[in-house]
Design a protein around this ligand. Structure first.
Ligand code: ZN
Length: 498
């Protein structure tokens, strides 16, 4: 009789091919598709997703999984595929088909409503859809089940294995220590460097980013760079990892740091071993782990003193608009902290305060402590509490992010987890290999990339995020490496003590 793995593999390959098609359609939708194609595309995608769901919940998959779980002789990789597929299978079979369809439809309507509500600064346009969606997400979480609380079941979609209590304790601890540091620094920043808002040619922004991502090791023969309304990276299939950026004529640093960020994601995906791609363990183990790579390249490398010294002459060569700024001024500009209402414009110092606000609100929704109708007021109060600012409009307040309108509850904390992992990993790399400063000053990042490939990328999802993190750093995830990194950086820039 054929081994159950040999029977499962063609099914997994077919699911991977369906996902390949859906992913390519998503990429096209966000980059090239004419607006009039939106309706037919949504329909085509939902058909493919329904087929993928049917393939996954086929009872034969459950039978084969049971046989493989009983086999003690399977190797580590196959055991990982089985473990992850079991989790996906259980989650998919526990949620009734009608509920899956109702959530998908409600998300579609809520997203459309959000698109119109945001520029109109009118939460009431989104409110009925979001109220329904939040109720459905509670139903979904209850169907999946959880040990201690409902939010766990949703968090598991993005950060498998991590519990709400752990996230809550990390984020609460972070805020406690971060706030006094942020207050001390923000009281000492001085005026905003004016090159940060000079007009830069958009075509040249793209060509500079093309040059930069190549320098960082992104393989263009296995990828491409396009423009989209929001930057993203997408892994379509073996040998095909694409990224997009935006151009911002009056925010010259924004496309550059978006490109470095997305390259961090893309280098991770390009480092997943070919034989794993498409199979259950052929991904990062969690969103937070993926975000660790983008944040590490963007912040620890890209906003580091020595890498900015490398970039500046190249920037001056392509953009005379930069003017006569010195390496000190450029470094200060790249790291200039500021309280802002908008998460995606926030700097390293204040970014995580935006995440804490969102985490508190979505947790309160899931704990039945907050109604959707009270979200706008709760948002403004939380913004004032964490950042000392009050939004003048809902566009800049509760409506700024799309996440909740597409049902992504449990996603936000992964940005902070990524930030914490990034600092811990960079510290571990320096502890093992020595400082990277001389290399980075010359634009050499190969040694760091090789280390990340060896410690993280090549393992894909063989280990759970927590275990992979512990293998790299030797311990549990804590806020200490990130706080140490921030304190050191800003002490040097602003001579502040805390
Ligand atoms: Zn990212």
């Amino acid at each position: 009789m054929t081994h159950p793995w040999e029977q499962l593999l063609p099914r997994l390959d077919e699911m991977a091919d369906l996902r390949h098609a859906a992913t390519l359609m998503h990429w096209d939708q966000s980059t090239k598709m004419p607006p009039k194609g939106a309706h037919a595309r949504a329909r085509a995608l939902s058909s493919i997703q329904a087929i993928m769901h049917d393939r996954l919940v086929d009872p034969e998959v459950g039978t084969l999984l049971g046989e493989l779980e009983a086999d003690d002789s399977i190797d580590t990789e196959r055991a990982a595929h089985v473990r992850i597929l079991r989790r996906d299978y259980d989650r998919a079979t526990k949620v009734p088909r009608d509920l899956v369809r109702e959530i998908a439809e409600t998300e579609g309507l809520a997203y459309q409503a959000w698109i119109e509500a945001k520029p109109a600064s009118d939460f009431s346009m989104l409110e009925p859809h979001l109220t329904k969606l939040v109720a459905l997400k509670k139903e979904q979480a209850d169907a999946i089940g959880y040990e201690s609380e409902r939010y766990d079941a949703l968090l598991d979609d993005f950060e498998p294995g991590m519990k709400t209590a752990e996230v809550e304790s990390l984020l609460t601890g972070l805020v406690l220590e971060l706030k006094p540091i942020a207050d001390a620094i923000l009281a000492n920043t001085g005026p905003r460097p004016d090159f940060l808002s000079r007009r830069f040619d958009e075509e040249k922004q793209i060509s500079f980013c093309e040059w930069l991502i190549d320098r960082l090791g992104y393989d263009m023969r296995g990828g491409r760079l396009d423009r989209s309304p929001h930057p993203f990276t997408i892994h379509i299939g073996r040998g095909d990892v694409r990224q997009t950026i935006w151009t911002r004529p009056k925010m010259p640093l924004s496309p550059i740091y978006a490109a470095i960020h997305e390259t961090g994601h893309a280098l991770y995906d390009q480092g997943i071993p070919d034989h794993l791609v498409g199979l259950p363990a052929g991904n990062a183990p969690s969103f937070g782990m993926h975000e660790s790579q983008s944040r590490l390249w963007e912040n620890q490398v890209g906003r580091g003193r020595t890498f900015t010294e490398f970039m500046l002459p190249h920037l001056k060569e392509r953009f005379p608009e930069v003017g006569m700024i010195t390496p000190d001024e450029f470094y200060l500009g790249v790291n200039y902290p500021q309280r802002t209402l908008i998460r995606v414009e926030a700097d390293e110092l204040t970014y995580n305060l935006h995440i804490v606000l969102r985490f508190e609100l979505e947790l309160a929704l899931m704990r039945d402590e907050l109604e959707v109708s009270d979200l706008p007021d709760a948002w403004d109060a939380g913004m004032e509490k964490h950042l000392g600012l009050r939004p003048e409009s809902q566009t800049e307040g509760v409506l700024q992010d799309m996440h909740w309108s597409v049902g992504s509850i449990g996603y936000f904390p992964t940005y902070t987890l990524g930030t914490l992992y990034a600092a811990a990993f960079f510290a571990a790399a320096e502890a093992e290999l020595g400082p990277f400063d001389d290399g980075l000053r010359a634009g050499e990042t190969g040694r760091l990339l090789a280390w990340l490939r060896d410690k993280i990328h090549r393992h894909a999802y063989i280990y759970e995020a927590k275990d992979l993190g512990a293998r790299v750093t030797g311990g549990d995830l804590t806020v200490a490496p990130f706080l140490d990194y921030l304190k050191k950086k800003y002490r040097e820039i602003y001579s502040v003590s805390f």
